[in-house]
Design a protein around this ligand. Structure first.
Ligand code: SF4
Length: 475
């Protein structure tokens, strides 16, 4: 049997899809290049914006003729569009879908696949089934991951918690992913070791508010700093990142761990969302711009080389031109390395979606989005220009158009040309040319590269991270 997985949304969705893929491969399924060639098609959806829902509905609609032609095709529809109050409506609207599964809970899907496989092959052992998306991957008795056909990305996502206890007025996530649930440290250390055994050298810890990790654990509560320290000892793991921080929850302890633990990279993603106190209040974000400024100043004081990324929503209900200009002013003042910008999209069921009229036109929102992008393009280029002539350590993740591609510890994308095999290795790269979104350089040292590769072809990867102002980060 062959599978095809289609994913939209944030890194948490990408991580969920990776886990589903691992579970499928553990069952012996192979990847198909298209839905048409697959026996199992899985759509992992996002509901943060209407456009993402429309995209998923259009994609699933395109599968209907396939299902009519091949009734044994399994179609799974999961992710944030699937919640207790949406399933009945989805079932009525999409009767040809076999199974709907909530975010991070693919058990129903995996059970159906196991039954189908058992029907086809009576010797199939389905005892490996249904560890769930957030459970450790199934390992073979020898301790190796049962995973032969898949490329081995060196940089992986690791969800350390699910859900969110906050209620930002625009956000659907708490209604779809529920309250915060953290995974115990030993389980995460075990999974990290398995990822490393499977080729990972960098792991990004994921949580909607990653700083709140461990508060729900009992009998003993833990902090993100405790987890970072525990992962520091995982042999073979070179780099650790974490996403996403919240200005209300960011702690001195996490900053200290980032400053002192050698494997923890100097990069913090801390969404501000708007540069105006009244807009922040309407969003129920729970901090003021002055508080945010002090956090950024403290990060830069403690770790001067730390890069800082943020998220901004433009066109929130009632956002005036003056209030929007405060956001632009803040960008000029704080000079972020990266800004993930998105136009406000009303979500039914949220306070803003149900009670705050969405008065700005799409054209006005687009105009604001472009003004944010314009400033950020200039600022990013200026910041990247300061790196020209420096040597950066790059973890090489992939190839792209005949060049090696990797990231600095500060999460900047770097390309360089070299005929030798650098995949998965640390390269020291001198930065020659900057652009707003990436850097071009020349390799000057690093780990021992492999032999010359005849042609640098892009590796097939499950999901790639966009270099340019993506708007899909965790909120
Ligand atoms: Fe939680 Fe983030 Fe959504 Fe706010 S924006 S409710 S912090 S997931």
């Amino acid at each position: 049997m062959r599978y095809y997985v289609w994913t939209v949304g944030c890194q948490m969705n990408e991580a969920d899809s990776e886990r589903i893929v691992r579970a499928l491969q553990d069952r012996g399924l192979a990847e198909a290049q298209s839905a048409e060639q697959a026996d199992v098609v899985i759509l992992n959806t996002c509901s943060v914006r209407q456009a993402a829902e429309d995209k998923a509905l259009s994609k699933v609609g395109s599968l209907r003729p396939l299902k009519l032609a091949r009734p044994d095709l399994i179609i799974g529809f999961g992710g944030c569009m699937v919640a207790g109050d949406t399933v009945d409506g989805l079932r009525r609207r999409l009767p040809y879908v076999d199974v709907f599964f909530p975010p991070s809970e693919p058990d129903g899907l995996l059970e159906l696949i196991d039954h189908r496989m058992a029907d086809r092959d009576p010797t199939f052992d389905d005892d490996v089934a249904s560890d769930g998306c957030l459970a450790p991957t199934v390992v073979a008795s020898a301790g190796a991951i049962v995973n032969t056909s898949r490329p081995r990305p060196v940089a992986r996502w690791l969800p350390i918690m699910s859900g969110c206890n906050r209620r930002c007025t625009y956000c659907i996530v708490p209604f779809r992913r529920g309250r915060e649930v953290s995974r115990p440290i030993p389980e995460l250390v075990d999974e990290s070791r398995r990822l490393v055994a499977d080729g990972a050298r960098e792991i990004t810890l994921l949580g909607q508010i990653v700083d709140r990790y461990g508060r729900d654990l009992r009998p003993q509560r833990f902090h993100l700093g405790d987890l970072l320290r525990a992962l520091q000892d995982v042999e073979g793991l070179e780099r650790i990142r974490f996403l996403t921080s919240h200005p209300r929850d960011f702690t001195e302890e996490v900053l200290e761990a980032t400053a002192t633990l050698p494997k923890v990279c100097e990069h913090i993603n801390i969404p501000v969302q708007a540069g105006d106190d009244d807009v922040l209040q309407a969003m129920w974000r729970g901090y003021t711009i002055d508080v945010y400024r002090r956090i950024v100043a403290r990060i830069r004081e403690r770790i001067p080389t730390c890069s800082i990324a943020t998220d901004i929503i433009v066109g929130f209900p009632g956002e005036t031109e003056d209030q929007f200009r405060h956001t632009l002013d803040l960008m000029e003042e704080l000079r972020f390395d990266v800004v993930h910008v998105a136009m406000y999209s009303p979500r039914p069921g949220t306070v803003a979606g149900d009670r705050m009229p969405d008065l700005l036109s799409q054209a006005e929102k687009k105009d604001r989005l472009h003004r944010v992008e314009e400033i950020q393009e200039r600022v990013s280029l200026e910041l990247n220009q300061t790196l020209v002539g420096t040597t950066q350590q790059i973890l090489v993740e992939d190839t792209d158009k005949g060049k090696w591609k990797g990231r600095t510890r500060t999460n900047k994308l770097v390309f360089f040309e070299d005929p030798r095999d650098w995949l998965g290795r640390l390269a020291n790269v001198r930065i020659d040319r900057p652009s707003p979104w990436s850097l071009q350089g020349s390799v000057v040292g690093g780990e021992q590269p492999g032999p010359v590769r005849p042609v640098l072809q892009p590796l097939p990867v499950l999901n790639s991270r966009s270099p340019a102002v993506p708007s899909n980060s965790l909120r």
